[in-house]
Design a protein around this ligand. Structure first.
Ligand SMILES: [Zn+2]
Length: 249
């Protein structure tokens, strides 16, 4: 795979790099949303498993679903795409990761500034009084834990259907997108708003916007360039070419 030279030329003068990542990037590591390896959960709808209504009508079911997913993410690793993104912090003034993923794989790869637009499934809090719940849930028994302050059920710190995005993370993401010199849009279909507006915020503010996705998406035609490869292939190659070019200067 050849990396178009314009990407490297843009990187050579870039200070602010923004990565917007979606489900495709996690899928490369073996994390898939709403699909489970043994098909046990196929009979439930996404709203039964990922909404406040679903949780209220069957908290234990929802808890079990998230325990299963937490197990999945504890058994996978950040891929070479996550690693290349984290490594970029060494070479650029500012690297911001904005992610729709809830698995903390960017943080595990070493990225420091990560805005989680949909929260994450690693942390938990009380559904009633909203106090954080800090015990490691993998060490608990299977039963859904209750808040030690108010007795409410503990829930994952993920954004469910019908819930607002975390306002601070979203605001900071808009600001970062407007300041970006280059944005990499990785593994996201560009169909889930408001996250899908961010590449346009970046582009309208003068950023060069690169899509990394094995598939054509709703975004492809609007962005500056699309590389139809997995991020684990494209991102290390881009970084490598950039470092070679920089060394030649
Ligand atoms: Zn509580």
């Amino acid at each position: 795979m050849e990396i178009p030279k314009i990407i490297i030329d843009k990187l050579k003068i870039a200070k602010n790099i923004v990565i917007l990542s979606g489900a495709g990037m996690s899928a490369e590591s073996g994390v898939s949303t709403f699909r489970d390896p043994d098909g046990l959960w196929a009979k439930f709808s996404p709203t039964e498993l990922a909404s406040m209504d679903g949780f209220m009508s069957n908290p234990q079911l929802v808890w079990d679903w998230y325990s299963m997913r937490l197990n999945v993410i504890n058994n996978v690793s950040p891929n070479n795409g996550h690693k290349a993104v984290a490594e970029m912090e060494k070479y650029f003034d500012d690297v911001t990761v904005i992610t729709q993923n809830v698995d903390k794989l960017h943080q595990r790869a070493g990225s420091k500034k990560v805005y989680e637009l949909h929260g994450n499934i690693v942390e938990n809090y009380c559904s009633k009084c909203h106090e954080p719940f800090t015990k490691s849930i993998l060490e608990l028994d299977k039963e859904i834990p209750k808040c030690e302050h108010c007795g409410g059920y503990i829930r994952p710190a993920v954004v469910w259907f019908g819930e607002e995005l975390p306002q601070k993370a979203f605001k900071e993401s808009v600001i970062a997108s407007q300041k970006a010199d280059i944005m990499f849009v990785i593994g996201t279909s560009g169909e889930v708003y408001p996250a899908a507006q961010l590449p346009f915020n970046a582009k309208n503010s003068g950023a060069f916007v690169v899509e990394i996705n094995p598939n054509h998406t709703a975004l492809s035609q609007y962005l500056d360039i699309s590389i139809h490869e997995p991020s684990g292939v494209a991102m290390p190659k881009i970084l490598e070419n950039y470092l070679i070019e920089r060394g030649r200067k």
